[in-house]
Design a protein around this ligand. Structure first.
Ligand SMILES: Nc1ncnc2c1ncn2[C@@H]1O[C@H](COP(=O)(O)OP(=O)(O)OP(=O)(O)O)[C@@H](O)[C@H]1O
Ligand SMILES: Nc1ncnc2c1ncn2[C@@H]1O[C@H](COP(=O)(O)OP(=O)(O)OP(=O)(O)O)[C@@H](O)[C@H]1O
Ligand SMILES: [Mg+2]
Ligand SMILES: [Mg+2]
Lengths: 224, 224
């Protein structure tokens, strides 16, 4: 479902070149439930951004769903591909500050022109799933860190995507909420065949993954 | 060093009242190395903001250093007290986007009118301590999540405060960097008598704490 071929990502900072990714080769199969681990700065977020069509590699290739080459997609095609097939949980949440909990989760369905009654039904189910029933009217800055993270999780799941990229989805969550989120994801993977790629430092997420890829200094160090 | 007496924090959201803290009683002693744990939304950040003079309680009292009552301090006094005595590591980092790594860590020393040579010496030591030597010229948005968190840690330690409040300081860090940060803090506590109050979901931080306070629904549930 995803093929990464010798992907490199370089940034130019003044005169210094920063190699965020230094030749990553990785094949991800449908229904994988895998995580990418590695030290802070090893390139996990950069790699997820390439797979999620949010960025393109400096050199190398990223192919999605056996037909799209991310490096040569134009902006319009990348946005459509992402909107209709991928759910992304950002490490920095990226919520819309002026919308409340309900509206933030509902937003991807408005972009997909889903009817209002159907939207309300689906948003209510997810708000219940992530335990934010009492906070639906709160705006992001009127919530705790972990509550904001759970909005980011719900918003990525609401469109029923084939592929979900979760960048440190439990970093701000306590044990119970973290376990709860993992259970929702395991159920989507087992019952609906959704492919999951996590980036994490959290032992609890690693224990649930069926495959662990270790990234170090921008390259894959191991893959089991 | 800190006394919290029946502190309550209420927010009004439309017509609903949200009780973020619902009567917290807590005494913190000099040289404590303690953590506050509890579910997402239980009031940890709210409590740390009261102790850190960033906010005042709706009712109840917070007393610092046996003489200051946070609830009645004016803004100027609160800022001075905080600047000269407290280091705060924010859950959302709160870095200055237009300054690079070096300048973000140096900033509190500029406010304290420390001479340039002395500033450079102290910032270099901390950049080394948190492992950001190769990234000094990067701006926050040119860094990874865990790298940004480490700037937030270094910036809180640079003024050698008596009291350090760390809100989830290891949430975005891998095992090695997380362990490294805890070692720096333990050394400051053991050798320089600095008082530490952490808020965390991370087992690794809890294991190092000498005292664990459990918060639930805005009140202290246990304290050992
Ligand atoms: N400005 C606000 N307006 C309304 N409610 C708020 C506001 N800020 C916080 N809250 C509520 O107060 C409660 C406590 O929030 P707080 O950030 O202290 O929790 P926390 O224990 O730090 O959680 P986390 O572990 O998720 O960071 C939450 O339920 C939150 O929704
Ligand atoms: N815009 C940029 N300009 C320069 N360097 C960058 C930029 N964005 C990221 N980097 C660098 O690329 C490297 C990889 O960053 P990335 O965010 O992918 O790491 P990560 O594995 O997600 O780390 P963490 O676990 O801390 O979130 C880091 O060393 C970072 O400093
Ligand atoms: Mg990252
Ligand atoms: Mg918090």
């Amino acid at each position: 479902i995803v093929e990464v071929k010798d992907a490199k990502k370089e940034y130019l900072l003044g005169k210094t070149k920063v190699h965020a990714l230094n030749g990553v080769n990785l094949d991800i199969h449908e229904k994988d439930f895998m995580c990418i681990i590695g030290p802070s700065g090893s390139g996990k977020t950069t790699l997820l951004n390439l797979i999620g069509c949010l960025d393109s590699p400096t050199t190398g290739e990223v192919r999605l769903f056996d037909k799209y080459n991310v490096s040569v997609l134009n902006d319009g095609d990348a946005t459509r591909l992402r909107r209709d097939n991928i759910g992304f949980i950002f490490q920095t949440f990226n919520l819309i500050p002026v919308l409340n909990v309900f509206e933030n989760i509902e937003f991807p369905l408005i972009i997909q022109n889903v009817a209002e009654k159907e939207r309300k039904k689906r948003v209510d189910v997810l708000i219940d799933d992530v335990g934010l029933q009492e906070f639906v009217k709160h705006k992001p800055d009127e919530l705790s860190g972990g509550q904001r993270q759970r909005i980011a999780v719900a918003r990525a799941l609401i469109t029923n995507p084939k592929l979900i990229l979760a960048d440190e989805p439990t970093a701000n969550l306590d044990k119970e909420n973290g376990h709860n989120i993992m259970e929702i994801m395991k159920r989507l993977n087992a019952e609906h065949g959704v492919t999951f790629i996590f980036s994490t430092h959290d032992q609890r997420v690693m224990e649930e993954a069926k495959r662990i890829v270790v990234l170090s200094d921008g390259v894959v160090e191991s893959d089991k």
